[in-house]
Design a protein around this ligand. Structure first.
Ligand code: ATP
Length: 375
């Protein structure tokens, strides 16, 4: 088991002076985050949302304009990166090209003036952990991208930090290897139980890796939650749209009631899930919502995930198929209901009736998966 530490970001802020020197730019805007020890947390968001800046402030590579970073309750704002008990794995791997695998991994330990035998024990243990045993004398240019990233991971872990920071570490790998490496990273992290903060703009990576996802937009936090929570109960249009794909259907709230399920917060107090009866497609549906955000009479958008709509010969809502695409494990449809276009996905299409453009169909909507958000 690794050393473990909790991390707290309190009103953490980064204001850059713009290149012209004429003004300032708020890249990270008073964010509050609690990371429990041993948790794997992902900062997720589009390019420019402030996630890398946040990670670099935690690492100590970037100065802090306002707010605090606490490691196990102790303020670390003023500590230099080497004193922060964290190691970073970079997108570029940042390996030393003229050192072999063994020396790359052992570099930090040699710097710490550890004795040769201890270094050998620690390096070999790490190479075993990341699956590179037998490759200790290869040079970086004799390794695949995935192997180089394993070396980078071993080099970070061998220092036995309390916190592991990842800056888009899989971006340079091809799609298949990315998927493989992310499960490897998760396995290794769970095996040693190290607190990890991971930056990515890839939502499937964030979903697959994380205990908790922090969705950022324009320097602010949009939502914090487990992968399930952010998918099922998106707090905003932005989150619903960014995580997976979503149909947004305009609707009107008829009544709201409380359900009592508590979720992680946006940034502070706990969010509670309620239920709203909404009028959509001229019919009544029950949708979940964030408690306290909606009232009777409000105009809302109902989030309907593509997989929550099944096409059938009879059902709730009449529609016309405008596009039908076979994707192997699923059939993608686009259907039209009045002037509303909806995308749907039917899994395992070979066992189901397939519809074609021009067909009239009925939508069977999985009512328990509907979620209403304020417009
Ligand atoms: P990406 O996925 O593209 O790396 P990001 O979410 O990690 O994006 P950051 O790199 O944290 O975003 O940048 C946040 C914002 O701060 C961006 O608008 C960026 O242009 C700006 N920024 C970053 N570094 C500086 C700097 N040194 N000076 C001025 N502005 C900066």
């Amino acid at each position: 088991m690794a050393k473990q530490a909790s991390i707290q970001l309190k009103n953490l802020t980064k204001e850059y002076v713009t290149h012209e020197g004429t003004g300032t730019f708020l890249a990270v805007d008073h964010i509050n985050v609690d990371i429990a020890s041993g948790q794997f947390v992902t900062l997720l968001g589009p390019s420019g949302c402030g996630k890398t800046t946040t990670l670099r402030m935690i690492a100590g590579f970037e100065g802090i304009s306002d707010g605090e970073i606490l490691l196990d309750g102790v303020r670390i704002n003023e500590l230099t990166p080497d004193k922060r008990d964290s190691s970073m794995v970079f997108q570029s791997y940042a390996l030393f090209p003229h050192y072999d695998v063994y020396d790359n991994v052992g570099y930090g330990l040699v710097n710490k003036k550890m004795d040769k035998k201890t270094i050998e024990e620690k390096v070999m243990k790490m190479l075993d952990l990341v699956g590179l045993k037998g490759m200790e004398h290869r040079m970086p240019n004799q390794l695949s991208g995935g192997q180089q990233q394993r070396v980078a991971l071993a080099r970070a872990l061998v220092m036995e930090p309390a916190v592991l920071l990842f800056d888009e570490p899989l971006s340079n790998l091809d799609a298949k290897l990315r998927v493989y490496m992310r499960t490897e990273i998760r396995k290794i992290q769970q095996r040693i139980g190290i607190t990890s903060v991971y930056v990515t703009h890839d939502q499937s990576e964030a979903m697959a890796l994380s205990d908790k996802v922090i969705i950022m937009n324009g320097g602010k936090i949009e939502q914090v939650g487990s992968p399930t929570e952010i998918y099922q109960y998106p707090a905003s249009h932005f989150v619903a749209d960014f995580i997976g794909s979503a149909n947004f259907v305009p609707a009107r709230v008829k009544s709201v009631s409380s359900q009592g399920t508590k979720l992680e917060s946006k940034a502070g107090p706990g969010m509670e899930i309620g239920t709203a009866v909404v009028e959509m497609f001229g019919q009544e549906f029950t949708a979940k919502c964030i408690q306290g955000e909606l009232a009777a009479g409000d105009t809302v958008e109902v989030v309907i995930r593509p997989e929550a709509i099944e096409l059938a010969d009879d059902g709730d809502v009449k529609a016309e198929v405008t596009s039908s695409t076979y994707m192997g494990q699923m059939q993608d449809y686009v259907v039209q209901v009045g002037d509303q276009e909806l995308v749907t996905q039917t899994y395992n299409p070979s066992s189901k009736k397939v519809y074609n453009p021009g067909d009239t169909v009925y939508l069977r909507i999985q009512r328990e998966s509907l979620h209403a958000i304020k417009k």
